[in-house]
Design a protein around this ligand. Sequence first.
Ligand code: C2E
Ligand code: MG
Ligand code: MG
Length: 754
Amino acid sequence: MAVKRPELGEYSGTRAAVNGRHVRAVSEQLARDYNYLFRLAEDDTRLLQKHHALLVTATAGFAEKFYDYLFDNPDIADVLYAYERAGGDVGMYARSELQHLVNAICPTGLRERVAQLLEAGRQHQERCIRPAWLIGAYELFIDYLHHRLPALIPLHAERMALESLLVRILLHDLGLTLEGYWSNASDELRRELAHESGCHARTEELLAGIPYYLWSVDVGTNTIRYASFPLRMLYAQDMDCPFPCLSDTHAEDGARLLSAWQDAVNGMACQIEARMTLADAAEHWYRVALYPDNDSLGRPAVVHCVLEEFDRQIAERRHLQQLATTDALTGLPNRALWNDHLNLALAASRRVPGSQFVVISLDINQFKMYNDTLGRDVGDILLKDISERLSSIVRESDSLSRLGGDQFGIMLQPVHHINEATERVIAKILDCFDLPFTYRDKQLWVSLTLGIACFPGDGDSEETLLHNAESAMQRAKRNGLPYQYFDPANDVSAVQQLRYSGQIKSAIDNNEFTLHYQPLVELQTASVVGAEALLRWEHPLEGMVMPQRIIPVAEQLGMITSITDWVLVTALRQCRSWQQEGLAIPVSINVSARSFQNPRLLDKITWALREAGVEGDCLEIEITEATLMQDIERATEVLERLNDAGVTIAIDDFGTGYSSLSYLKALPIDTLKIDQSFIQDIAFDRQDIAIVRTIIDLGHNLGFKVVAEGVENVRAWNLLTSLGCDVAQGFHISQPVAGTRFSALLAHGGRLPL
Ligand code: C2E
Ligand code: MG
Ligand code: MG
């Protein structure tokens, strides 16, 4: 310890005042008590005065002993050194202690010393001088005097009287010092208690002000140990139940609450949300948080409970959920919620054997046009109006959603007669679009295309069903029809789409595509007047894949243009090759809507004709009515330029779509190809005969050549000849065959042995 033992010096005395009237009154009472107990009187003062000089001599040398007492006792020394480290003067302090003892036996002012002694006691307590050390110092002083006095006062009686007085005085002093010590310690305790209870009050006030109900439950006794003011107010009578709000909890949430409580009692913190009717008699959502607190052995001793009203958060959460699941423009469920509805329907249907439901994919045909020409604001209004019209038709138990852009989804769950019910709804939907929408005195005509898939026949997952409904819708669009049911023979299933998506590109590179040619034969002469090029895919694993499976996938994947380019070049080269064999047979190629709309189509055709070294009249382009009607202005321009190049145009699958005859009349079209669906049964179906006859007459009146597709037998051949049809194509004449086999077919100078 670096602190030096202090030098002896004069004691300047501490005259710290103990303030306050109350303190004074206590001091006076103590003075009276102590004087009474120790019987200190004027005689005693006189006795001290008489022996004063002698006593001064007696105390000489005590300083040395006192200092040994202080600094040889490690605990006392530690306190003194700590005092020094805190900036105090330990020498001065030790001297004041010494003077305090010596002053006790001074003859003057015995009574006045009361306040001084109390103050000294207070300081001792504050400086952590323990009472035992103080008593020890007094004992040391008495002992010292006891040994010194016989030499100074030989007279026994006189010495005994003085010694007795000194003991009384010193005990009187010691007592009062300890009184000061005690009073300060109890003041401090009171202050601490007051502070603590102030804190407690403030904490209570704070807790009462926050909108939580708080309480702690002793797990051992299952009783409430603490409850915040609002909870006490609410359940003054029910505080013997560890979870007082249980009786006011919604019946549906009670079981969850009890199970959470059990978890908490077992030491697991948990949170649940429950509806309760508490303060205002209205039901609110509350978040109940339960935090177990363990004892020293790690066992749950207390469960702290926090109950917070949660209505706003629940409302916000619902709002967010609504935003996440609702289409902001139309207010209809969005794709995410549609998926949920579909999954729910799937789960429910799987549980009940034999149950079915229907998924409809619905597309607005003219939306892009209105959106592009009238602006997005009008587009938005139109979408809202359309969704309102659709909502008025679809029952609430069915689900109508906006799946994005101008695509809607409808899920129907008819209980009985699913086919009839579906047809009814479809008819209603189409009917309600017979009336135009109105925007600023403008009438906007809107038509729809629908694709339909049924669970379980057309798929047993949400993606497959929607994909298949979309495929059917695409086919309906391609064919210009208002709606189509999914048909695995004509639509690409989701699985196939996935399988083929990566393979089409490599199929072109690996020469896996090939063309088969089907002859077009003049009915009157039986001579071959053309050949339709039909795509085939010699798939390395699946064998021959037909175009109905390839074209829709290629269209959806944006790869149709590459296929069309390849077909164009290959077919024209074949034509050139036949020419070299002496056969002048033009080729027809099929051009899908997307390829037809490609702005580079004309350039490509011109280039391919030149590359093959054949004239424009060697090529016929087949397009469907739907392709033609999608953008009639552009189609007109393309057809005119093709016509200028000598290329002829055929309308394929005529009779299945909607096309306006006035348009057909105005366009440079050469050929109408009557769809095979009218031809295949023509020999047996009078209605078909009537239709075909009308088309033939109509075509001729408009100056078109008429081709019948799907001629499968001689009766059809004969009938068509009698109806005046110009050209026939079909299995009765020939299947589509490879290019090399085609020349063999024509061995008879271009006439077939029919
Ligand atoms: P399409 O242009 O109407 O072609 C006629 C289809 O009818 C061919 O089917 C042909 O094999 C079939 N067919 C011909 N005669 C008969 C018959 O007597 N009875 C029956 N039941 N069917 C007959 P294919 O080759 O399967 O082609 C189907 C469709 O795929 C074509 O119909 C055409 O729309 C499309 N397609 C074919 N090749 C291409 C192509 O290179 N590009 C594009 N975009 N589409 C193509
Ligand atoms: Mg065709
Ligand atoms: Mg056709």
